[in-house]
Design a protein around this ligand. Structure first.
Ligand code: APR
Length: 232
């Protein structure tokens, strides 16, 4: 690929699937046995905090049993070597991109390894189970919750993402179904601003028609091949 300086890469659950983490929209429509509305909305947290906290405690504990795969590693290698602007925007709440070594990274839907104070907004690194009503060390109120962007809440860092999309020469989407906005709309923004758009996914995503090119297959093969191509 030539004439590319600035790259934005959006990743979704599909990039972590080969590491052993479940995607969201499996054939049964459930995420780890739960309906998304029962564990991933502000209403669910208010109605049943024990269930919601336990659900994310289990997801956090699972991280210790999985490792970055070839796709995470290839993006980390690109991050180290790429001389132009690069922004990896992940919808994933796992920590596999950073464990592979990526640094130019944004978690737009939050992080399992972070707790957020619902009272004062302070976020703090968190590796252990998080019981409901854990106390915030910033404001001393018992208001810590999982630092996950629930449906109906605003994703993080939208200004920075929008600015990067405006400058992008290449937009790549990896392992996402394109079902959840605003991330699902990034391809149209990137196109609007003049970027070439490329999708890497096991199957065509919901927004497949908006991409200049779709490459279908497992991320562990497609991402290293793309990175090799980019780094020449
Ligand atoms: N390689 C590439 N793509 C894969 C692989 C793989 N090994 N395995 C699965 N996929 C693809 C699937 O075909 C699917 O299109 O990854 C996509 C995963 O889609 P979703 O499960 O919908 O995950 P995602 O798009 O990340 O979900 C977006 O939804 O519930 C919310 O906040 C949650 O961030 C999440 C958001």
């Amino acid at each position: 690929m030539t004439d590319i300086d600035n790259i934005v890469i959006l990743t979704g659950a599909g990039i972590s699937a080969e590491s052993g983490l479940a995607t969201f929209r499996g054939p049964d429509g459930l995420w780890e046995g739960h309906r998304v509305e029962d564990v991933c909305t502000p209403e669910a947290l208010a109605r049943d905090p024990v269930l919601v906290h336990r659900f994310y405690d289990e997801r956090r504990a699972t991280l210790g049993a999985v490792a970055p795969n070839a796709a995470h590693q290839a993006l980390a290698a690109l991050d180290r070597a790429w001389g132009g602007d690069l922004l990896i925007v992940t919808q994933n709440v796992d920590d596999l991109h950073e464990r592979a070594g990526a640094t130019r990274l944004i978690h737009m839907h939050g992080e399992l390894k972070s707790a957020l104070c619902a009272a004062c907004g302070k976020a703090v690194a968190w590796s252990d189970p998080l019981p409901p009503a854990s106390v915030c060390d910033g404001c001393a109120r018992p208001a810590l919750r999982p630092d996950i962007v629930f449906f109906g809440e605003m994703p993080y860092h939208m200004d920075r993402i929008e600015a990067a999309l405006q400058q992008a020469d290449l937009f790549v989407s990896v392992g996402t179904s394109g079902a959840v906005y605003p991330a699902a709309g990034f391809v149209q923004s990137a196109r609007h601003y003049g970027a070439r758009t490329l999708e890497l996914n096991l199957e065509p995503s919901a927004g497949s028609v908006y991409f200049d090119e779709s490459r279908l297959g497992p991320a562990s093969l497609l991402v290293p091949a793309l990175v090799q191509d980019l780094l020449g």
